[in-house]
Design a protein around this ligand. Structure first.
Ligand code: HEM
Length: 270
């Protein structure tokens, strides 16, 4: 089976449609539902369980107006840079905690240094904001809440970091690749500059990598309570990502509202 990027590449009709990835995702979810109907969720391997149990949260996260806008190709450089600034802050915290706990019996199973995004995000920030990028990356209320949760888990409950790793990295290797294609087109970025975050150049084949990642999830030695804890945390991570999008939508609308008076004046002068 082709991966998402290949499917998007080989089916230009999908890209033309507004809800492209939603359609791809719905198909996958439908297929999964058909198989999983015969098997009660508690008997499923953990990777299938977490996917199934978070599918609703996934749908909500990708149904925000900001994401819908991205998928329709409505994206400007400023809001893209702002979105990626949030990613930079989140990944910096998440990868610091994953590294700190790389010998933890559960975290170590999903610790893949080749996935690390902090360094490439720094390069993207430099490209998108210039040398002064550190002063331009702002800690918003949702970003702060997300990072505080990661730090809290790093201190008190590192096994739940597995949920953070799963939700972000498998997402980046899936829907992230769809966003890459659209961002490239909408922003007119031709090479990797500004888009390195989406480019997992140390992962040769994302499909087999995701398979390996899911095997690791299936091989985690988890009690029922631990399974539940990781699944609930993954839902929480989806919700945090949804809030990140909603916050971006708010700032985009404010920016537009700020421009309106000058647009109005210009139209009066004309
Ligand atoms: C732009 C919006 C999004 C699109 C278009 C999208 C699309 C997709 C697609 C097509 C897949 C299936 C890939 C496959 O099985 O090969 C997928 C899986 C996934 N996505 Fe998204 N997604 C979006 C947003 C998100 C967000 C915001 C998150 C969370 C941060 C996320 C996390 C995940 C995860 C964890 C998976 C793997 C599920 C599994 O197989 O266990 N996605 N996404």
């Amino acid at each position: 089976m082709k991966n998402v990027t290949e499917r998007v590449e080989s089916d230009p009709a999908i890209v033309m449609q507004g809800g492209l990835a939603v359609a791809v995702d719905q198909q996958i979810a439908m297929n999964a539902d058909v198989k999983e109907k015969v098997e009660p969720v508690e008997n499923l391997p953990f990777a299938k369980k977490i996917r199934k149990e978070t599918s609703q949260a996934h749908k909500l996260a990708e149904s925000t107006n900001f994401v819908k806008g991205i998928l329709r190709g409505v994206m400007d450089m400023e809001s893209f840079a702002n979105m990626q600034a949030g990613m930079y802050l989140v990944y910096e915290a998440m990868e610091e905690e994953l590294d700190r706990h790389k010998d933890h019996p559960l975290v170590r199973q999903v610790h893949f240094p080749e996935l690390s995004r902090t360094e490439v995000l720094q390069q993207d920030m430099q490209f998108l904001y210039g040398d002064d990028w550190r002063n331009k990356v702002k800690l918003t209320p949702v970003r702060r809440k997300y990072i505080e949760r990661i730090r809290q888990l790093g201190e008190q409950n590192p096994e739940l970091l597995v949920a953070h790793s799963y939700t972000r990295y498998l997402g980046d290797l899936s829907g992230g690749q769809v966003i890459l294609k659209i961002a490239r087109r909408s922003l007119g970025l031709e090479n990797r500059d500004g888009l390195r975050f989406f480019d997992f150049d140390e992962i040769e084949d994302s499909k087999s990598f995701k398979k390996e990642y899911r095997n690791r999830l299936n091989n985690l030695q988890l009690s029922e309570i631990q399974e539940r804890g990781i699944i609930e945390e993954a839902k929480n991570v989806f919700a945090l990502n949804q809030s990140l999008f909603e916050e971006l939508e708010g700032s985009w609308i404010r920016a537009l509202a700020n421009c309106l008076p000058s647009i109005f004046k210009r139209s009066q002068r004309a």
